[in-house]
Write a protein that binds this ligand. Structure first.
Ligand SMILES: [Fe+2]
Ligand SMILES: [Fe+2]
Length: 128
């Protein structure tokens, strides 16, 4: 079964695939025990770096009015992930776990429903 709920699909395969990959890694991270948490967090961060760069490369191919705002959201999210990754590696594991459980999933869902859906709309319009 796809880890990406149907209502979160934007209908462009490359984008949906990236989001599916995020959810797969995110599920592993949420279930990770203390000893597996850092490795799972690193996997999510590594994926997210590539995910955002690919999305930003997509933006370059079209006229996309919300580019600056979208890139800014990516940058802030990665900074936040790295901040909590540092916390986790300096012994504040519960702090990082709370971020993953209470914030990261919501952030991703909101970003997908607002920014990424908007990007998909503009890409679809541009291909006519
Ligand atoms: Fe995305
Ligand atoms: Fe995005």
């Amino acid at each position: 079964m796809s880890p990406l709920p149907d209502n979160l699909k934007v209908g462009i395969d490359s984008i949906d695939q990236r989001h599916e990959e995020f959810y797969t890694l995110f599920e592993v991270l949420k279930k990770a025990g203390d000893g597996e948490f850092l490795e799972a967090f690193d996997a999510v961060i590594l994926h997210t770096q590539g995910h955002f760069s690919e999305e930003e490369a997509d933006m370059e191919k079209i006229v996309y009015p919300n580019k600056a705002e979208h890139i800014q959201e990516h940058k802030k999210a990665l900074e936040e992930m790295n901040y909590f990754r540092e916390k986790a590696s300096s012994g504040k594991l519960m702090f990082a776990k709370a971020y993953v459980k209470d914030r990261l999933g919501d952030w991703f869902r909101n970003h997908l429903l607002n920014m990424d859906s908007d990007l998909a709309r503009v890409i679809n319009k541009s291909s006519y």
